[in-house]
Design a protein around this ligand. Sequence first.
Ligand code: GDP
Ligand code: MN
Length: 394
Amino acid sequence: MKIHEYQAKAIIAKYGVNVPKGHVAKTVEDALTQAAKLEGEVKVVKAQIHAGGRGKGGGVKVSKGTEAVKANATAILGMQLVTHQTGPEGQKVRTVLVEEGMDIKTELYFSVLVDRASKQVVLLASTEGGMDIEEVAAHTPEKILKEYVNPVIGLRPYQTSRLAFGLGLDKFGPKVLRQAHGFFSGLYNAFMAEGCDLLEINPMIVTGDERLLALDCKMSFDSNALYRHPETLALRDLDEEDPAEVEASNHDLNFIKLDGKIGCMVNGAGLAMASMDILATYGGSPANFLDVGGTADENRVENAFRIITQDPNVNCILINIFGGIVRCDIIANGVVQAFKKVSLKIPVVVRLEGTNAELAHEIITQSGLGNKLIMVDGFGPAARKAVELSTHQG
Ligand code: GDP
Ligand code: MN
Protein backbone atom coordinates (compact mmCIF):
# COMPACT_ATOMS: atom_id res chain seq x y z
CA MET A 1 0.00 0.00 0.00
CA LYS A 2 1.26 3.45 -0.95
CA ILE A 3 0.72 6.80 0.73
CA HIS A 4 1.31 10.40 -0.34
CA GLU A 5 4.56 12.31 0.07
CA TYR A 6 3.06 14.67 2.69
CA GLN A 7 1.83 11.71 4.78
CA ALA A 8 5.19 9.96 4.54
CA LYS A 9 7.04 13.13 5.54
CA ALA A 10 4.82 13.50 8.63
CA ILE A 11 5.75 9.94 9.63
CA ILE A 12 9.52 10.22 9.13
CA ALA A 13 9.54 13.55 10.98
CA LYS A 14 8.38 11.63 14.06
CA TYR A 15 11.55 9.55 13.74
CA GLY A 16 13.73 12.65 13.86
CA VAL A 17 14.26 13.05 10.11
CA ASN A 18 14.31 16.67 8.94
CA VAL A 19 11.80 17.66 6.26
CA PRO A 20 10.93 21.10 4.85
CA LYS A 21 8.00 22.90 6.45
CA GLY A 22 4.87 22.56 4.38
CA HIS A 23 1.09 22.27 4.33
CA VAL A 24 -1.43 20.57 2.05
CA ALA A 25 -4.25 22.22 0.12
CA LYS A 26 -7.07 21.08 -2.11
CA THR A 27 -7.99 24.46 -3.59
CA VAL A 28 -6.01 27.38 -5.01
CA GLU A 29 -7.31 29.71 -2.26
CA ASP A 30 -6.19 27.31 0.42
CA ALA A 31 -2.81 26.89 -1.30
CA LEU A 32 -2.32 30.65 -0.97
CA THR A 33 -3.38 30.61 2.69
CA GLN A 34 -0.96 27.78 3.41
CA ALA A 35 1.85 29.47 1.48
CA ALA A 36 1.40 32.63 3.56
CA LYS A 37 2.16 30.63 6.72
CA LEU A 38 5.61 29.73 5.38
CA GLU A 39 8.69 31.90 5.63
CA GLY A 40 10.70 33.09 2.65
CA GLU A 41 9.74 34.26 -0.80
CA VAL A 42 10.22 30.93 -2.58
CA LYS A 43 7.70 28.13 -2.18
CA VAL A 44 7.39 24.82 -3.98
CA VAL A 45 3.99 23.56 -5.12
CA LYS A 46 4.00 19.76 -5.38
CA ALA A 47 1.29 17.50 -6.81
CA GLN A 48 0.36 14.69 -4.43
CA ILE A 49 -0.22 11.50 -6.39
CA HIS A 50 0.92 7.93 -5.76
CA ALA A 51 3.57 8.00 -8.48
CA GLY A 52 7.09 9.29 -8.86
CA GLY A 53 8.54 11.37 -11.68
CA ARG A 54 6.19 14.25 -10.88
CA GLY A 55 8.89 16.86 -11.41
CA LYS A 56 9.49 15.88 -15.04
CA GLY A 57 5.74 15.71 -15.68
CA GLY A 58 5.17 19.31 -14.52
CA GLY A 59 3.82 18.38 -11.09
CA VAL A 60 6.53 20.12 -9.02
CA LYS A 61 6.92 23.89 -9.44
CA VAL A 62 9.31 26.20 -7.66
CA SER A 63 7.28 29.39 -7.14
CA LYS A 64 8.75 32.81 -6.37
CA GLY A 65 6.13 35.11 -4.88
CA THR A 66 2.39 34.87 -4.29
CA GLU A 67 1.41 35.26 -7.95
CA ALA A 68 3.62 32.33 -8.93
CA VAL A 69 2.16 30.15 -6.17
CA LYS A 70 -1.30 31.03 -7.44
CA ALA A 71 -0.47 30.32 -11.07
CA ASN A 72 1.27 27.03 -10.28
CA ALA A 73 -1.41 25.78 -7.87
CA THR A 74 -4.02 26.62 -10.52
CA ALA A 75 -2.07 24.68 -13.14
CA ILE A 76 -1.40 21.65 -10.95
CA LEU A 77 -4.68 21.19 -9.06
CA GLY A 78 -7.06 19.21 -11.24
CA MET A 79 -4.43 18.42 -13.86
CA GLN A 80 -4.12 14.93 -15.28
CA LEU A 81 -0.48 14.35 -14.35
CA VAL A 82 1.36 11.91 -16.60
CA THR A 83 4.65 10.42 -15.39
CA HIS A 84 6.57 7.28 -16.32
CA GLN A 85 4.84 5.59 -13.39
CA THR A 86 1.20 6.57 -14.05
CA GLY A 87 0.62 5.10 -17.48
CA PRO A 88 -0.45 7.21 -20.47
CA GLU A 89 -3.81 8.23 -18.98
CA GLY A 90 -2.09 9.89 -16.00
CA GLN A 91 -3.48 10.53 -12.54
CA LYS A 92 -5.76 13.39 -11.51
CA VAL A 93 -4.23 15.75 -8.95
CA ARG A 94 -6.59 16.48 -6.05
CA THR A 95 -4.11 17.71 -3.46
CA VAL A 96 -0.95 19.82 -3.49
CA LEU A 97 1.75 20.15 -0.89
CA VAL A 98 3.02 23.72 -0.51
CA GLU A 99 6.52 23.76 0.96
CA GLU A 100 9.12 26.35 1.80
CA GLY A 101 11.75 26.56 -0.94
CA MET A 102 15.15 25.11 -0.16
CA ASP A 103 18.60 26.39 -0.94
CA ILE A 104 19.94 23.14 -2.39
CA LYS A 105 23.72 22.53 -2.34
CA THR A 106 23.48 18.95 -3.49
CA GLU A 107 20.87 16.26 -4.22
CA LEU A 108 21.56 12.71 -3.01
CA TYR A 109 19.70 9.41 -3.02
CA PHE A 110 18.83 7.23 -0.04
CA SER A 111 16.46 4.29 0.41
CA VAL A 112 15.65 1.40 2.69
CA LEU A 113 14.24 -1.80 1.25
CA VAL A 114 14.15 -5.57 1.61
CA ASP A 115 16.80 -7.45 -0.33
CA ARG A 116 15.19 -10.80 -1.02
CA ALA A 117 18.39 -12.50 -2.12
CA SER A 118 20.22 -11.86 1.15
CA LYS A 119 17.01 -11.88 3.24
CA GLN A 120 18.09 -8.64 4.84
CA VAL A 121 17.07 -5.04 4.94
CA VAL A 122 19.46 -2.98 2.87
CA LEU A 123 20.21 0.74 2.89
CA LEU A 124 21.05 2.18 -0.53
CA ALA A 125 22.68 5.54 -1.05
CA SER A 126 24.08 7.41 -4.02
CA THR A 127 25.52 10.77 -4.88
CA GLU A 128 23.34 10.62 -8.00
CA GLY A 129 20.22 11.98 -6.33
CA GLY A 130 17.17 13.55 -7.92
CA MET A 131 17.36 11.34 -10.99
CA ASP A 132 16.12 7.88 -11.94
CA ILE A 133 17.95 5.49 -9.65
CA GLU A 134 17.15 2.66 -12.10
CA GLU A 135 19.30 4.47 -14.67
CA VAL A 136 22.15 4.80 -12.19
CA ALA A 137 21.86 1.11 -11.27
CA ALA A 138 21.92 0.11 -14.95
CA HIS A 139 24.79 2.31 -16.17
CA THR A 140 26.92 3.16 -13.14
CA PRO A 141 26.18 0.54 -10.47
CA GLU A 142 29.43 1.43 -8.68
CA LYS A 143 27.79 4.72 -7.69
CA ILE A 144 25.30 2.91 -5.46
CA LEU A 145 26.46 2.28 -1.91
CA LYS A 146 24.90 -0.57 0.03
CA GLU A 147 24.76 -1.43 3.70
CA TYR A 148 23.08 -4.69 4.66
CA VAL A 149 21.54 -4.78 8.12
CA ASN A 150 21.93 -7.96 10.11
CA PRO A 151 18.44 -8.51 11.56
CA VAL A 152 19.84 -9.74 14.90
CA ILE A 153 22.34 -6.93 15.40
CA GLY A 154 20.45 -4.06 13.80
CA LEU A 155 21.93 -0.99 12.11
CA ARG A 156 25.36 -0.07 13.57
CA PRO A 157 26.92 3.42 13.67
CA TYR A 158 29.91 2.29 11.59
CA GLN A 159 27.49 1.55 8.78
CA THR A 160 25.91 4.99 8.80
CA SER A 161 29.42 6.49 8.97
CA ARG A 162 30.46 4.48 5.95
CA LEU A 163 27.44 5.81 4.04
CA ALA A 164 28.06 9.38 5.16
CA PHE A 165 31.71 9.35 4.04
CA GLY A 166 30.84 7.35 0.91
CA LEU A 167 28.44 10.13 -0.06
CA GLY A 168 31.11 12.75 0.65
CA LEU A 169 29.05 14.47 3.35
CA ASP A 170 32.32 15.33 5.15
CA LYS A 171 33.01 17.84 2.36
CA PHE A 172 30.05 19.88 3.61
CA GLY A 173 31.54 20.24 7.08
CA PRO A 174 31.15 18.70 10.53
CA LYS A 175 27.65 20.07 11.08
CA VAL A 176 26.29 18.13 8.10
CA LEU A 177 28.30 15.03 8.96
CA ARG A 178 26.92 15.03 12.50
CA GLN A 179 23.32 14.85 11.18
CA ALA A 180 23.97 11.81 9.02
CA HIS A 181 23.62 9.09 11.65
CA GLY A 182 20.31 10.45 12.95
CA PHE A 183 19.03 10.82 9.41
CA PHE A 184 19.88 7.30 8.23
CA SER A 185 18.99 5.52 11.45
CA GLY A 186 15.75 7.50 11.75
CA LEU A 187 14.70 6.27 8.34
CA TYR A 188 15.76 2.71 9.13
CA ASN A 189 13.76 2.83 12.39
CA ALA A 190 10.72 4.20 10.57
CA PHE A 191 10.99 1.45 7.96
CA MET A 192 11.13 -1.29 10.62
CA ALA A 193 8.53 0.07 13.02
CA GLU A 194 5.96 1.06 10.41
CA GLY A 195 6.07 -2.20 8.46
CA CYS A 196 7.35 -0.70 5.21
CA ASP A 197 8.50 -2.55 2.14
CA LEU A 198 10.08 0.59 0.65
CA LEU A 199 11.18 3.93 2.03
CA GLU A 200 12.87 6.12 -0.55
CA ILE A 201 14.26 9.64 -0.21
CA ASN A 202 15.03 11.04 -3.64
CA PRO A 203 16.43 13.55 -3.26
CA MET A 204 17.86 13.98 0.17
CA ILE A 205 19.60 17.35 0.20
CA VAL A 206 22.29 19.38 1.85
CA THR A 207 21.24 23.02 2.17
CA GLY A 208 23.24 26.24 2.17
CA ASP A 209 22.71 26.52 5.93
CA GLU A 210 24.21 23.05 6.39
CA ARG A 211 21.10 21.01 7.02
CA LEU A 212 20.37 17.47 5.83
CA LEU A 213 16.75 17.12 4.71
CA ALA A 214 14.38 14.72 2.98
CA LEU A 215 13.06 16.76 0.05
CA ASP A 216 10.92 13.93 -1.29
CA CYS A 217 9.66 10.80 0.45
CA LYS A 218 8.09 7.70 -0.98
CA MET A 219 6.82 5.15 1.51
CA SER A 220 4.98 1.93 0.84
CA PHE A 221 3.82 -0.74 3.26
CA ASP A 222 3.95 -4.51 3.30
CA SER A 223 0.25 -5.42 3.01
CA ASN A 224 0.84 -8.55 5.09
CA ALA A 225 1.84 -6.33 8.03
CA LEU A 226 -1.05 -3.86 7.72
CA TYR A 227 -3.19 -5.68 10.29
CA ARG A 228 -0.67 -4.54 12.91
CA HIS A 229 -0.99 -0.91 11.80
CA PRO A 230 -4.62 0.27 11.73
CA GLU A 231 -3.32 3.86 11.85
CA THR A 232 -1.59 3.27 8.50
CA LEU A 233 -4.75 1.91 6.88
CA ALA A 234 -6.42 5.22 7.72
CA LEU A 235 -3.90 6.92 5.37
CA ARG A 236 -5.11 4.95 2.38
CA ASP A 237 -6.34 7.14 -0.50
CA LEU A 238 -8.87 5.16 -2.50
CA ASP A 239 -9.02 7.86 -5.20
CA GLU A 240 -5.48 6.84 -6.16
CA GLU A 241 -6.24 3.15 -6.56
CA ASP A 242 -7.84 1.29 -9.44
CA PRO A 243 -11.60 0.97 -8.60
CA ALA A 244 -11.67 -2.69 -9.65
CA GLU A 245 -8.69 -3.44 -7.39
CA VAL A 246 -10.38 -1.65 -4.48
CA GLU A 247 -13.58 -3.67 -4.97
CA ALA A 248 -11.59 -6.88 -5.22
CA SER A 249 -9.76 -6.16 -1.98
CA ASN A 250 -13.14 -5.48 -0.29
CA HIS A 251 -14.16 -9.01 -1.30
CA ASP A 252 -10.79 -10.39 -0.24
CA LEU A 253 -9.90 -11.35 -3.81
CA ASN A 254 -6.34 -11.13 -5.02
CA PHE A 255 -6.72 -9.03 -8.18
CA ILE A 256 -4.39 -6.97 -10.35
CA LYS A 257 -5.65 -5.24 -13.48
CA LEU A 258 -3.63 -5.62 -16.68
CA ASP A 259 -4.18 -4.25 -20.17
CA GLY A 260 -5.10 -7.38 -22.15
CA LYS A 261 -8.44 -8.80 -23.30
CA ILE A 262 -8.84 -12.20 -21.65
CA GLY A 263 -10.27 -12.12 -18.13
CA CYS A 264 -8.75 -14.80 -15.89
CA MET A 265 -10.40 -16.51 -12.95
CA VAL A 266 -8.03 -18.95 -11.34
CA ASN A 267 -7.50 -20.51 -7.91
CA GLY A 268 -4.03 -20.26 -6.47
CA ALA A 269 -1.41 -17.64 -7.30
CA GLY A 270 0.89 -20.17 -8.99
CA LEU A 271 -1.82 -21.44 -11.32
CA ALA A 272 -2.89 -17.86 -11.98
CA MET A 273 0.66 -16.96 -13.08
CA ALA A 274 0.90 -20.11 -15.20
CA SER A 275 -2.45 -19.26 -16.84
CA MET A 276 -1.23 -15.81 -17.79
CA ASP A 277 1.98 -17.31 -19.21
CA ILE A 278 0.18 -19.90 -21.30
CA LEU A 279 -2.27 -17.31 -22.67
CA ALA A 280 0.70 -15.23 -23.74
CA THR A 281 2.35 -18.31 -25.29
CA TYR A 282 -0.69 -18.80 -27.52
CA GLY A 283 -0.70 -15.14 -28.52
CA GLY A 284 -3.38 -13.91 -26.12
CA SER A 285 -3.19 -11.14 -23.56
CA PRO A 286 -4.50 -11.47 -19.99
CA ALA A 287 -6.73 -8.64 -18.74
CA ASN A 288 -5.94 -9.37 -15.13
CA PHE A 289 -4.34 -11.53 -12.52
CA LEU A 290 -7.02 -13.01 -10.25
CA ASP A 291 -6.62 -15.59 -7.55
CA VAL A 292 -10.08 -16.47 -6.20
CA GLY A 293 -8.41 -18.44 -3.43
CA GLY A 294 -8.80 -21.94 -2.05
CA THR A 295 -12.31 -21.34 -0.74
CA ALA A 296 -13.86 -20.34 -4.05
CA ASP A 297 -17.63 -20.55 -3.64
CA GLU A 298 -20.60 -19.20 -5.58
CA ASN A 299 -20.34 -15.80 -3.95
CA ARG A 300 -16.67 -15.38 -4.72
CA VAL A 301 -17.16 -16.53 -8.29
CA GLU A 302 -19.99 -14.02 -8.75
CA ASN A 303 -17.91 -11.15 -7.33
CA ALA A 304 -14.99 -12.18 -9.50
CA PHE A 305 -17.18 -12.16 -12.64
CA ARG A 306 -18.48 -8.72 -11.75
CA ILE A 307 -14.99 -7.30 -11.22
CA ILE A 308 -13.53 -8.87 -14.37
CA THR A 309 -16.36 -7.65 -16.59
CA GLN A 310 -16.08 -4.05 -15.33
CA ASP A 311 -13.15 -3.80 -17.69
CA PRO A 312 -14.53 -2.87 -21.14
CA ASN A 313 -11.50 -4.48 -22.84
CA VAL A 314 -12.44 -7.96 -21.66
CA ASN A 315 -13.99 -9.98 -24.50
CA CYS A 316 -13.55 -13.51 -23.18
CA ILE A 317 -13.00 -15.16 -19.79
CA LEU A 318 -10.87 -18.16 -18.96
CA ILE A 319 -11.77 -20.04 -15.78
CA ASN A 320 -8.99 -22.37 -14.75
CA ILE A 321 -9.68 -24.18 -11.49
CA PHE A 322 -7.89 -27.07 -9.92
CA GLY A 323 -10.12 -28.78 -7.35
CA GLY A 324 -7.82 -29.80 -4.56
CA ILE A 325 -9.44 -28.66 -1.36
CA VAL A 326 -12.29 -27.03 -3.21
CA ARG A 327 -14.72 -29.35 -5.09
CA CYS A 328 -15.21 -28.82 -8.82
CA ASP A 329 -19.00 -29.38 -8.65
CA ILE A 330 -19.32 -26.49 -6.20
CA ILE A 331 -17.33 -24.26 -8.53
CA ALA A 332 -19.38 -25.41 -11.54
CA ASN A 333 -22.63 -24.58 -9.75
CA GLY A 334 -21.18 -21.25 -8.73
CA VAL A 335 -20.15 -20.46 -12.28
CA VAL A 336 -23.58 -21.34 -13.71
CA GLN A 337 -25.45 -19.32 -11.05
CA ALA A 338 -23.12 -16.36 -11.30
CA PHE A 339 -23.20 -16.45 -15.11
CA LYS A 340 -27.00 -16.07 -15.03
CA LYS A 341 -27.01 -13.47 -12.25
CA VAL A 342 -24.40 -11.21 -13.85
CA SER A 343 -26.00 -11.92 -17.28
CA LEU A 344 -22.68 -12.27 -19.07
CA LYS A 345 -22.56 -11.44 -22.77
CA ILE A 346 -19.07 -12.70 -23.52
CA PRO A 347 -17.90 -16.31 -23.91
CA VAL A 348 -16.42 -18.12 -20.94
CA VAL A 349 -14.01 -21.04 -21.33
CA VAL A 350 -14.00 -23.35 -18.33
CA ARG A 351 -11.36 -25.85 -17.38
CA LEU A 352 -12.08 -27.76 -14.18
CA GLU A 353 -9.78 -30.51 -13.02
CA GLY A 354 -9.58 -32.48 -9.78
CA THR A 355 -12.09 -33.55 -7.15
CA ASN A 356 -15.56 -34.23 -8.64
CA ALA A 357 -14.53 -33.00 -12.11
CA GLU A 358 -16.98 -35.38 -13.86
CA LEU A 359 -19.88 -34.02 -11.84
CA ALA A 360 -18.76 -30.51 -12.73
CA HIS A 361 -18.74 -31.38 -16.44
CA GLU A 362 -22.34 -32.60 -16.15
CA ILE A 363 -23.46 -29.45 -14.37
CA ILE A 364 -21.94 -27.20 -17.04
CA THR A 365 -23.19 -29.34 -19.95
CA GLN A 366 -26.73 -29.41 -18.56
CA SER A 367 -26.79 -25.69 -17.74
CA GLY A 368 -28.28 -24.75 -21.11
CA LEU A 369 -25.57 -22.11 -21.49
CA GLY A 370 -23.84 -24.30 -24.04
CA ASN A 371 -22.63 -21.77 -26.59
CA LYS A 372 -21.42 -19.21 -24.03
CA LEU A 373 -20.05 -21.47 -21.33
CA ILE A 374 -17.54 -23.72 -23.01
CA MET A 375 -16.01 -26.64 -21.19
CA VAL A 376 -12.55 -27.60 -22.41
CA ASP A 377 -10.36 -30.39 -21.02
CA GLY A 378 -6.71 -29.66 -20.43
CA PHE A 379 -4.81 -26.52 -19.53
CA GLY A 380 -3.25 -25.92 -22.97
CA PRO A 381 -6.40 -26.56 -25.04
CA ALA A 382 -8.52 -24.36 -22.75
CA ALA A 383 -6.06 -21.46 -23.01
CA ARG A 384 -5.87 -21.92 -26.81
CA LYS A 385 -9.66 -21.85 -27.04
CA ALA A 386 -9.83 -18.65 -24.99
CA VAL A 387 -7.22 -16.97 -27.22
CA GLU A 388 -9.12 -18.08 -30.33
CA LEU A 389 -12.44 -16.71 -29.04
CA SER A 390 -10.83 -13.47 -27.90
CA THR A 391 -9.15 -12.96 -31.27
CA HIS A 392 -12.41 -13.57 -33.16
CA GLN A 393 -14.21 -11.00 -31.02
CA GLY A 394 -11.64 -8.46 -32.21
P1 GDP B 1 9.41 13.54 -8.09
O1 GDP B 1 9.77 14.10 -9.43
O2 GDP B 1 8.01 12.96 -8.09
O3 GDP B 1 10.41 12.56 -7.58
O4 GDP B 1 9.33 14.79 -7.06
P2 GDP B 1 10.46 15.44 -6.12
O5 GDP B 1 9.81 15.79 -4.85
O6 GDP B 1 11.67 14.57 -6.02
O7 GDP B 1 10.82 16.78 -6.87
C1 GDP B 1 11.51 16.80 -8.11
C2 GDP B 1 12.61 17.81 -8.11
O8 GDP B 1 12.11 19.12 -7.84
C3 GDP B 1 13.69 17.60 -7.05
O9 GDP B 1 14.65 16.66 -7.45
C4 GDP B 1 14.27 18.99 -6.93
O10 GDP B 1 15.27 19.19 -7.89
C5 GDP B 1 13.10 19.90 -7.24
N1 GDP B 1 12.61 20.50 -5.97
C6 GDP B 1 11.73 19.96 -5.10
N2 GDP B 1 11.60 20.78 -4.03
C7 GDP B 1 12.42 21.84 -4.21
C8 GDP B 1 12.76 23.02 -3.45
O11 GDP B 1 12.31 23.26 -2.36
N3 GDP B 1 13.64 23.88 -4.02
C9 GDP B 1 14.17 23.66 -5.24
N4 GDP B 1 15.04 24.55 -5.74
N5 GDP B 1 13.93 22.56 -5.97
C10 GDP B 1 13.06 21.67 -5.47
MN1 MN C 1 11.70 12.39 -6.10
